[in-house]
Design a protein around this ligand. Structure first.
Ligand SMILES: [Zn+2]
Length: 266
């Protein structure tokens, strides 16, 4: 998850966006395809309302198969038709995966990676302009927006997908604290705004109380930046003691039933 997350728009607005999208297409097959998309989207929204308190519903990840996107040679999806964009995106993914490998070891997860062009998402899907990762069961979708097409954001989001792959959907959702998930993703995200001054680096322990999505992603831009930077610092300090190459085996132990406290014990 990235800072400045776009707040989910109400269902009505999303449906309007979807209708507008349809009216701009003249091709009959395309219209039928979009009608199906809207119908499915409406069902998902109804489901989302019912279960919103239990599980977040990753709508775009669920419906990505009906979106009109171009497939790159590594299997990634992109909105762009331009060869130059596509080559740049392929290189970006390669560099991001190399950064994860040199930090923690080879990334084994194969999330659906989507590059979109407009800051508010694509089709009826409202997405973070930088990047976000959605999960549905074992499926993970990394959605990279126009502001996030750099190795920091792509590596950050691919790391979330790798954690999900190693821990499993339910264990990640129920047991993995948000500060830890974000702190680990920040280890492959080198953006300078998330580096702390020496004084602030003394005051990062508070972030360990931000165990849930709603407590971590709370407050203004300054507070969120502080949360990300503090989580990054806490996890970096922990990794300097236990060694970054022990991360995957620790996540496996969480998957196998150990508690988070046991898994992170130094
Ligand atoms: Zn994140």
């Amino acid at each position: 998850m990235e800072p400045n997350s776009a707040v989910e728009r109400p269902a009505q607005e999303a449906a309007q966006a979807a209708r507008f999208h349809v009216s701009s297409h003249q091709d009959t097959i395309s219209i039928m395809k979009h009608k199906f998309l809207i119908a499915t989207f409406a069902v998902v929204l109804a489901t989302a309302t019912t279960f919103a308190f239990a599980f977040p519903v990753p709508t775009a990840c669920l419906l990505i198969g009906v979106a009109e996107l171009n497939r790159l040679s590594d299997g990634s999806l992109t909105e762009s038709e331009l060869e130059a964009d596509q080559q740049r995106q392929l290189q970006l993914t390669q560099d991001a995966r190399a950064r994860i490998e040199s930090t923690f070891g080879t990334a084994e997860s194969k999330p659906i990676l989507v590059f979109f062009d407009q800051p508010d998402g694509f089709g009826p899907f409202r997405l973070n302009a930088y990047g976000s990762t959605q999960f549905i069961g074992s499926r993970a979708c990394v959605m990279v927006g126009p502001k996030g097409q750099n190795v920091d954001v792509v590596a950050h989001e691919l790391m979330h997908a790798e954690i999900h792959y190693r821990v499993g959907y339910l264990k990640r959702f129920m047991q993995l604290p948000t500060w830890f998930d974000e702190g680990v993703a920040m280890q492959v995200d080198y953006r300078p705004r998330y580096l702390l001054s020496p004084q602030d680096a003394q005051k990062t322990a508070f972030v360990r109380d931000l165990t849930t999505y709603s407590t971590f992603f709370k407050g203004d831009d300054e507070a969120l930046t502080r949360n990300y930077a503090s989580a990054k610092h806490e996890v970096a300090t922990w990794l300097s003691k236990v060694g970054p190459t022990s991360l995957y085996s620790r996540l496996q132990r969480l998957r196998d039933g150990q508690s988070f406290a046991e898994v992170i014990a130094e």
